[in-house]
Design a protein around this ligand. Structure first.
Ligand code: AMP
Length: 304
């Protein structure tokens, strides 16, 4: 089984309380692909410019990400994003977004990718998300993510994309901005009325809330002693989550709770370093060990 992802491949410049990093390999699809690759093979649809070098491609290649859908635009510049985090590491200000080659990207799926069973529309222009979705053929699961930038600039386009989405990842401030509801239960209900059956609300250091059918699952974030750079945590979460789901498609519906724990494990590794330095070097035993630690963290006995 495979997962198809469309999203940004980027160079990020970030300022965090631990320091700064310039022109780091990033992008929603990059973080997602590496995280998901520990469980399921990944097919990447994105675009880069001439400035995207072999050393950057190597990070994706070393995780066996299929790059047939990655276009390189001659004379173009790769997408660039810059952000600054507050001391609480949850609030971040976007300093700059340069769409560059994404401004006129027209994604075309390799024909044999149309039937990929799991499709992830990572954070990117909702119009591009829709154009990819139109080229797929009856996927088992379509999941999507977004961010404040698109909620402000392309709200109606995002609503249209959501009509074809089964699972939506969104963070707490964004779901409030998107629905106009402060209460997260009500906000998730409002999103479910737009299409998605499953809504996963990411709450930064407070963890996640998963709304799936009648089930509501709440999970804390892994308590780390030191968070270096939160960039990509949401994408690594989605990668772990969907990578796990993709590896068990013979069990439907999937165990959304376990998927959320796997996602949280990958997100916790993501934030331990700048860029992909930590997450690209993981081993399955390390992932499993942190998964077990999540169990200990949240287990409690009967009330006597
Ligand atoms: P996250 O921290 O999970 O929200 O994702 C951060 C990643 O999203 C960074 O690596 C950025 O390159 C990428 N990103 C930031 N803004 C945008 C945008 N407007 N569209 C697509 N990707 C973006």
């Amino acid at each position: 089984m495979s997962i198809l992802v469309v999203g940004s491949v980027a160079f990020d410049t970030v300022f965090t309380p631990s320091g700064e990093g310039r022109d780091l390999l990033g992008g929603s699809a990059t973080h997602f692909s590496v995280a998901a690759s520990y469980f399921t093979p990944v097919r990447l649809v994105a675009v880069v410019g001439d400035d995207f070098g072999e050393e950057h491609l190597a990070v994706l290649r070393e995780h066996r990400v299929d790059l047939e859908g990655l276009r390189r635009i001659r004379g173009g510049m790769t997408f660039r994003w810059s952000g600054k985090y507050a001391d609480n590491l949850d609030d971040r200000e976007t300093l700059e977004t340069q769409l560059n080659v994404f401004a006129d990207f027209d994604p075309v799926l390799p024909p044999e990718w149309a039937t990929t069973p799991v499709v992830f529309l990572a954070n990117i222009d909702p119009d591009l998300q829709s154009r990819v979705l139109e080229q797929t053929s009856r996927p088992v699961l379509v999941a999507a993510d977004t961010m404040n930038y698109w909620i402000s600039s392309k709200r109606e386009e995002l609503r249209r994309t959501l009509a074809g989405v089964g699972l939506f990842f969104i963070n707490d401030s964004e779901i409030r901005q998107f629905t106009g509801r402060f209460n997260l239960v009500q906000a998730a209900e409002a999103v479910r009325e737009m299409g998605p059956d499953v809504v996963v609300v990411k709450r930064g250091e407070h963890g996640v809330l998963v709304f799936a059918g009648e089930d509501v699952f709440a999970l804390p974030a892994y308590p780390l002693r030191r968070v270096v750079d939160p960039t990509g945590a949401g994408d690594a979460f989605a990668g772990g989550f969907l990578g796990y789901v993709g590896s068990r498609l013979d069990h439907w519906p999937p165990d959304w709770r376990k998927a959320a724990v796997v996602g949280s494990v990958l997100a916790s590794f993501q934030v331990e370093s700048f860029s992909l330095d930590r997450i690209r070097r993981l081993t399955l035993p390390e992932i499993r060990e942190r998964y077990e630690e999540f169990g200990k963290l949240t287990r409690f006995g009967e009330l006597e």
